[in-house]
Design a protein around this ligand. Sequence first.
Ligand SMILES: [Zn+2]
Length: 258
Amino acid sequence: MSRFNKTVLVVQAHPDDAESWCSGTLKLLKDRGYKIVIATMTAGGLGGVDTDEEQTKIIRKKEAEKAADVLNADYYCLDERDGYVFDTFEVRIKVLEILRRVNPGIVFTHVPSDYHADHRATAAIVDVAAMQATLSNAPCTEEPMDVTPLLYHTAPMKLTGALGDPLPKPQFIVDISSVIETKMEMLSFHQSQIRLMKSMYNIDDFFKMSKEYNREIGKMAGFEYAECFWQHMSGGFETFPQIQNELKDLLEVNDEYK
Ligand SMILES: [Zn+2]
């Protein structure tokens, strides 16, 4: 039996990030008995077209809560400011506190070389929190966890970094074809993002584009729709392949990691 419990905590920068990058895999894990918790660093207040920052935050938190409800997931907003997620002492402690409170066996965050600055900052903050989850000397009021959680990184749109440089080949690709409609349902609650993408980039339906992206990832492994991930492998982290084992009938592992 695995030492890692069946709670998954996703910590990402904005409402709709978890839905965009890993909600298909979250649904598959939920169906195998996992509890899902989604936290966003910000309420996405910059993402309004005809609402101010405060109004937008209220709207986007509600959208995130409704999307999380599809998985019976808890949703937390850490109320950092959209566009201004910084890796500071206070923010590291805030994330460490929620991590210890939720006590997950598995944590998802962005990939460290993500294209978006808020995502990169979030990835660094979550990396530190996961590393310090068990350390009794960390300056955190919550009790240390018994086991360092497994840390996984989600893929950004287009599998490229900030310079357009290709990201490393994903460690594994998960077949989400059976749950793609659940993913689309979760995304459909984020109507404010559809309006923003139309306004900023004249994209008619941002989430249809997201579905196409999942189709493109699927082609890398012969699946109709897929999401892909990297497990954090650096020193001090646990590297037990819990998701890879749990979903082994639904995923393709990169040869280098078999
Ligand atoms: Zn984001």
